[in-house]
Design a protein around this ligand. Sequence first.
Ligand code: PRT
Length: 110
Amino acid sequence: MIDVKILERIANTLESRKAADPTASYVSSLFSKGQDAILKKVGEEAVETIMAAKDEDALHLVREIADLWFHSMILLSFKGLGPSDVLAELARREGISGIEEKLGRMEIKE
Ligand SMILES: N=c1c2ncn([C@@H]3O[C@H](COP(=O)(O)OP(=O)(O)OP(=O)(O)O)[C@@H](O)[C@H]3O)c2ncn1[C@@H]1O[C@H](COP(=O)(O)O)[C@@H](O)[C@H]1O
């Protein structure tokens, strides 16, 4: 079983790439290109995920979602955030039905 701590290890690697040589590291090269380049990759990987799902090829889908998660982690890191922020939000939501949550939001608006 792969430990969820892999997300923290990758986040630490991403942090270290902020001061690394962009010619020697894919992550550093993306950081050096800036936000628009990172957002472009997140968008591309999201589209590739949709196409993989339509292919009905499980391995292809898993690989594209790995690309999407990885590039989303680069975006989080660029913004000074990390996987623990997203995991905390998922934990906060745990057990709250999406339907109930939406109804709650509608009541606040009214
Ligand atoms: N998990 C990944 C990872 N997943 C995908 N990629 C790279 O993401 C890039 C973009 O993927 P694409 O499928 O879009 O490929 P592409 O068409 O060649 O990409 P572009 O030309 O558009 O950039 C590819 O170069 C992949 O190799 C990754 N690169 C790095 N990591 C992790 O990040 C760490 C640091 O990487 P470096 O900064 O390169 O040392 C590594 O040790 C890994 O743990």
